[in-house]
Design a protein around this ligand. Structure first.
Ligand code: BTN
Length: 250
């Protein structure tokens, strides 16, 4: 049983986006306790990375946001939180599926080359001080039909376990993993977490095409920088890209 993550879970039958809901709660005068979880049965305007829409069939999946106050991290080290959270999610998924889970840069969870979960971290800074981070997580649990059109079909926990899972039970278990990695980060565990993150990095050391400013270029995915940029080796010349600058080509 964790100490603070998921001690307070607010379940909403329907909401636009749990990240937006939590953001609105933070702007009110009543403080929100760190570790509070906002979970939605249905999200009608779920948001993904780079302005994408996060589709999730009502009642079938885990869609939730957690509040963290990582004031111990320098604002320049925001990627460290991403590393801790993606690692917690991948480790937890692996325990559920009993199957290897990799991290597709920067923070998607992949199983056998298909996406099973995504993370949207929104950092709230006040000047040079980090106030709080809204960590939104979407996991495909009991959904088995996915819209066609994605570059690669996503997958779900049910497709591996061949049975439905109890969503509140999964959430409670995952909260323990999130808390463990968050506390490890707080007590100086970033280097070890980064090493594990890199070990799990999807396509590390492989040659693949990437879209850079709309142009397709082939290179070797060779790592991430301290600030979370993706490093690609083009014939011995290594360049680093942020999330807006590069796309995977499948
Ligand atoms: C991505 O892979 O692009 C990130 C997906 C994040 C989805 C979750 S679902 C709960 C939370 N609320 C949102 O609107 N988005 C995140």
């Amino acid at each position: 049983m964790g100490l603070f993550v998921g001690q307070n879970v607010i379940t909403l039958p329907s909401v636009d986006s749990t990240n937006e809901y939590l953001k609105a709660e933070l702007s009110k005068s009543t403080p929100v306790v760190e570790g509070t979880v906002i979970m939605a049965v249905e999200q009608v305007a779920g948001r993904g990375q780079k302005g994408a829409v996060w589709h999730s069939e009502a009642g079938k999946n885990l869609t939730f946001s957690v509040l963290f106050n990582p004031v111990f991290l320098h604002p320049g080290n925001q990627f460290r939180l991403t590393v801790a959270i993606s690692l917690a999610l991948a480790r937890w998924l692996e325990s559920v599926l009993q199957h290897p889970v990799s991290i597709k840069w920067p923070n998607d969870s992949y199983v056998d080359g298909r996406k099973i979960a995504g993370i949207l971290v929104e950092n709230m800074l006040k000047g040079q001080t980090w106030k709080s981070a809204i960590v939104g997580i979407g996991i495909n649990v009991n959904q088995t039909d996915f819209p066609v059109g994605a570059a690669r079909r996503p997958c779900s926990i049910k497709q591996f376990l061949h049975r439905d899972s109890n969503i509140p039970e999964l959430l409670s278990d995952l909260c323990n993993y999130l808390e463990q990695e968050y506390l490890a980060l707080k007590s100086g565990g970033h280097e070890a977490q980064l090493a594990q993150y890199k070990q799990r990095l999807y396509r590390l050391g492989e040659t693949h095409p990437f879209l850079i400013d709309g142009v397709q270029v082939t290179g070797i995915l060779c790592g991430v920088t301290e600030t979370g940029k993706l490093m690609i080796d083009f014939n011995g010349h290594v360049a680093a890209f942020d999330i807006k600058e590069v796309e995977f080509v499948f």
